[in-house]
Ligand binder design. Structure first.
Ligand SMILES: NC(=O)N[C@@H](CC(=O)O)C(=O)O
Ligand SMILES: [Zn+2]
Ligand SMILES: [Zn+2]
Length: 423
């Protein structure tokens, strides 16, 4: 395997609290002191940022079941283009990833087709139907890194309690889609001023708040980690903030779209603004940003949810929920959080690296010599226009097409192999 020296990097390594000019070496797929590399390829970064590879906790790869929308090959190519070196693959495929066999399929296909690491996530319940617990022990043995029924939420609190107990005994974090079905029923957008004005059925913020409260209670009672996916409302942020202050092991992620867009966008009736949870009010959006700024929210995750053009090109009510995000996450988050002075650049890097690594229970996700050479190089100064036709994803369902953005992925390296290069 080849060696590399990255010269003149702005090295940002949140775990080791480093933000300084320097060189980073890679020998045989691992990070090394640059001075120890003999005769490797020299790449001058001219001050561009080099950081640990980004981890996306929340990605829908759609294979098996909907290869038109995405495959493991196309989804991981999109991830590489976005600077992600690892993605957690949500199990709501068809068939769902609720057995060791399904996880084995994912792992074997990823070994052949993926360009970044695919971290399998298994269902909490059989068929993610929320009725019967999945075989959590065999999912663990097959290599899942977490459990989730994403797309749906277990409504039966006693069942959820048992799942959390099993997850604890198998040392698996739970990534939960928090949504009370009764309160959300029939809704297609956020319940608020705009749903009234547009005459559309709303999804109450309380549907999320209620299940976040439920999960906080279970995390406290059982003493186990529950991570709240795609947190979207103000009240959820407040609940999380208070619970974390008390030491309850709960965490939350924010998506780039919930940080930047609101329910007002729905007036365009464009189904690329339809996702679950829905775009919320401006007040909710600002609360989410405040939660990121004060450390209540410790990860940015895309909830990359590809859908084909034909699936999305229908009346708003009938379109599936979900938008893609892997190839826009970095610039969109940079624009809202760093360019506007809400957080520093190292903090943004943390939200894409050490934050998600910690939620998964990985330790030392840093640029320490000896660690796997999973690296992201990006240029915070580079300005460009988002063009969905250039995406590596099989899908085009993005609300960010045509956005003038700043901060571009320049190179992605996984285990010492360059999988994306724009330098
Ligand atoms: N976010 C979405 O709107 N859709 C996701 C499911 C989910 O993340 O809940 C999907 O699988 O399409
Ligand atoms: Zn979800
Ligand atoms: Zn999802």
């Amino acid at each position: 395997m080849s060696s590399f020296i990255f010269r003149n990097a702005r090295v940002i390594d949140p775990v080791r609290k480093i933000d300084s000019r320097g060189d980073v070496g890679v020998i045989d797929g691992r990070i090394a002191e640059a001075s120890e590399v003999r005769g490797g390829e020299v790449i001058d970064l001219g001050g561009k940022v080099l950081s640990p590879g980004f981890i996306d906790l929340h990605v829908h790869l759609r294979q098996p079941g909907n290869n038109m929308a995405e495959t493991i090959a196309s989804g991981t190519a999109a991830a590489a283009a976005g600077g992600f070196t690892s993605v957690v693959a949500m199990p709501n495929t068809n068939p769902p990833a609720d057995t060791a066999g399904a996880i084995e399929f994912l792992r074997q296909t990823a070994a052949k087709k993926a360009v970044v690491r695919v971290l399998p996530c298994g269902c909490m319940t059989k068929g993610y139907a929320g009725e019967e617990m999945a075989g959590i022990g065999s999912l663990k043995a097959a290599g899942v890194v977490a459990l989730s029924d994403d797309g749906r939420c277990i409504q039966d609190h006693a069942l959820m309690r048992h799942v959390v107990e099993y997850a604890k005994s198998f040392n698996l974090p739970i990534l939960d889609h928090c949504e009370d079905k009764c309160l959300a029923a029939g809704g297609v957008m956020h319940e608020g001023k705009w749903s009234v004005l547009l005459g559309m059925n709303g999804i109450s913020g309380a549907s999320e708040e209620l299940m976040i409260a439920r999960n906080i209670i279970l995390a406290r009672q059982i003493g186990w980690k529950i991570h709240m996916q795609h947190v979207s409302v103000k009240e959820s942020v407040e609940l999380l903030r208070n619970a974390r202050a008390k030491g309850i092991p709960v965490t939350g992620e924010a998506t780039p779209h919930h940080l930047t867009l609101t329910d007002e966008c729905i007036k365009k009736y464009d189904t690329n603004y339809k996702m679950n949870p829905p775009l919320r009010s401006e007040e909710d959006r600002l609360a989410l940003i405040a939660g990121v700024a004060d450390g209540t929210i410790t990860a940015i995750a895309t909830d990359h949810a590809p859908h084909t053009m034909t699936a999305k090109m229908v009346e708003f009510d009938y379109a599936p929920f979900g938008i893609i995000g892997l190839e826009t996450a970095l610039p969109v988050s940079y624009g809202e959080l760093v360019a506007k002075g809400v957080i520093s650049l190292p903090k943004l890097v943390e939200l894409f690296t050490a934050g998600p690594a910690d939620i998964l229970g990985f330790d030392d996700y840093s640029l320490a010599p000896g660690n796997p050479a999973d690296l992201t190089v990006f240029d915070p100064e580079a300005k460009y226009t988002v063009d969905k036709e250039q995406f590596k994803s099989n899908s085009r369902n993005t609300p960010f097409d045509g956005w003038e953005v700043q901060c571009k992925t320049m190179l992605t390296m996984v285990g010492g192999k360059i999988v994306y290069n724009e330098l």
